[in-house]
Design a protein around this ligand. Structure first.
Ligand SMILES: Cc1cc2nc3c(=O)[nH]c(=O)nc-3n(C[C@H](O)[C@H](O)[C@H](O)COP(=O)(O)O)c2cc1C
Length: 388
C-alpha cells in the first residue's frame, strides 16, 4: 500500500480558486520599486517562486495610495497604470501552476521611512540626495511608534472614509489584472493594525476607545473590499494576532475580530504578530522558535471555524506537514526560507515522497533532473549530500 499523500501537497479550493498545494509564499517587500511601479527585478523574483512549486505566490504589500508607502521603494497599486504593470507577471505566475495573490496595504505611522537595509529610520539628507522624498505619516492618533520615529498626523473621519474607498479600488484593480487572491494587510503596526491596537489608537471618537470602535475602520475596509471583488475571489486578511506587549492587542481580541471577518465573508486569517513598539518596552516574551506563531492560527481556526494560514520560522517540510495534520492551519506560509531557496516547495515534495520523478517541476527541468537523480543514486550519492 502506498503512503497517504502528504497534506502539504493536497489542493485546496476556496470559492472559485483551487490552489495546487498548501504552500504560500509570504508577502515580502523588496523595497526596490520606483514611484510604486513593478520592475524587472520583481517579475523575475516572483517568477522563481511559481517555478519553484508554491501553491500561492503573494506579491508584497502594495500601497493603496502614494503616501501609504512605507518607503520610497514600496510597490503601489494606487492607479490603473500601477496594476497594469503587474499584468504579465501575474499571467506568468499562473502559467506555472501557482495562484497569483497580492497584499494591499497602507503603512500608517510607519510610512515615510528608510528602506529596511538603510535603517528603517526617518529619511536623511543622504536619502534625499538619492532622490527620495518625505511626507507626513498618518495614523489613528499623533503618537509616534516609538522614540526616534516620525510623529504622525491623526486622520480625520472623512480621510478614513476616503481610505476605505482607496482599499476597495486597489482590490478592484488587482482583480482586473487577474490576481486571484486579495489579502488586506492588517498586521505589523501599519495603518489598519494601528487602529486595532490600544497602544497606537488613542482616539476619542467612534474609531477609538472600545474594541468595537477600534475594529470599525478595519471591518469597514474588509466589507468594502469583499463587496467590490467577485464572489469567486478569496479574501485573506493578515493580522497581528498579538502585540506581544502588555496592555496591547491580545489573542482574545483576534478571535473576536476574526468572528466579524467570518461574517463579512473573509476566507482566511493569515496569522502573524507584532509590529507595534512602545518606547522603553522590551519584547522579552517574544519566543522565536520554529512555528512560533502557529498557535494563533490553531486557536482562531478552532474557536471561530474559519480557515487560517500559519507563518513564521516554518522551514522544514516536516513542521509544515505536522501543522496541517494537527489542524493548526489550512495553509503554510514561508518567507525567508523561500528567499534562501525558491525551489523549497518542489524539494519539500521530494522529501515527503510526493513528487519523486520531478513531475511537478517545470517541464524543461524534469526530464534532466530525473536522469541526473538516477545517476547520482547509482553512484551512491543522494540529492542532499552536495556539501560533502
Ligand atoms: C524581506 C521581507 C519583507 C517582508 N515584507 C512583508 C510584507 O510586505 N507584508 C507582510 O505582511 N509581511 C512582510 N514580511 C514578513 C513575512 O511575510 C513573514 O511573515 C516573516 O518573514 C516570517 O516568516 P518567515 O520566518 O518564513 O520568514 C516581510 C519579511 C521579509 C523577510
Amino acid at each position: 500500500m502506498s503512503a497517504p499523500k502528504p497534506m502539504l501537497f493536497t489542493p485546496l479550493k476556496i470559492r472559485d480558486v483551487t490552489m495546487r498545494n498548501r504552500i504560500v509564499i509570504s508577502p515580502m517587500a523588496m523595497y526596490c520599486a520606483e514611484n510604486g511601479y513593478l520592475n524587472d527585478f520583481h517579475s523575475h523574483h516572483y517568477a522563481k517562486f511559481a517555478m519553484g512549486g508554491a501553491g500561492v505566490v503573494f506579491v508584497e504589500q502594495a500601497s493603496v495610495i502614494r503616501e501609504g508607502r512605507i518607503t520610497n521603494g514600496c510597490l503601489g497599486i494606487w492607479s490603473d497604470a500601477h496594476a497594469q504593470a503587474m499584468r504579465s507577471m501575474v499571467a506568468f505566475i499562473k502559467s506555472q501552476g501557482s495562484t497569483p495573490a497580492i497584499q494591499i496595504a497602507h503603512g500608517g505611522r510607519k510610512s515615510s521611512t528608510q528602506r529596511a537595509w538603510e535603517g528603517n529610520g526617518p529619511l536623511t539628507q543622504k536619502n534625499f540626495d538619492n532622490g527620495d522624498e518625505a511626507w507626513t505619516p498618518v495614523g489613528p492618533s499623533s503618537t509616534p511608534l516609538a522614540e526616534g520615529w516620525l510623529k504622525p498626523r491623526a486622520l480625520e473621519v472623512e480621510e478614513i472614509h476616503a481610505l476605505t474607498v482607496a482599499f476597495r479600488d486597489a482590490a478592484k484593480r488587482a482583480v482586473e489584472v487577474d490576481f486571484e487572491i486579495i489579502e488586506i494587510h492588517m498586521a505589523h503596526g501599519y495603518l489598519l493594525q494601528s487602529f486595532l491596537s490600544p497602544l497606537a489608537n488613542k482616539r476619542g471618537d467612534e474609531y477609538g476607545g472600545s474594541l468595537e470602535n477600534r475594529m470599525r475602520f478595519p471591518l469597514a475596509v474588509a466589507r468594502a473590499v469583499r463587496d467590490a471583488i467577485p464572489q469567486g475571489t478569496p479574501l485573506f486578511v493578515r493580522i497581528s494576532a498579538v502585540d506581544w506587549i502588555e496592555g496591547g492587542w491580545e489573542i482574545e481580541d483576534s478571535v473576536e475580530l476574526s468572528r466579524h471577518f467570518k461574517e463579512i465573508g473573509v476566507d482566511v486569517i493569515d496569522c502573524s504578530s507584532g509590529g507595534n513598539l512602545v518606547t522603553g518596552a522590551t519584547n522579552s516574551n517574544l519566543k522565536r522558535e520554529p512555528g512560533y506563531q502557529a498557535e494563533f492560527a490553531r486557536r482562531i481556526k478552532a474557536e471561530v471555524g474559519i480557515r487560517t494560514e500559519a507563518v513564521g520560522l516554518i522551514r522544514t517540510p516536516e513542521l509544515a506537514e505536522a501543522l496541517l495534520q494537527k489542524n493548526s492551519a489550512d495553509l503554510i506560509a514561508i518567507g525567508r526560507q523561500a528567499l534562501f531557496n525558491p525551489f523549497w516547495p518542489h524539494q519539500a515534495a521530494e522529501q515527503l515522497g510526493a513528487n519523486e520523478a520531478f513531475e511537478n517541476w517545470p517541464r524543461p527541468y524534469a526530464w534532466w533532473l530525473s536522469k541526473w537523480k538516477t545517476g547520482l543514486l547509482a553512484n551512491g550519492e543522494s540529492l542532499n549530500n552536495w556539501r560533502e
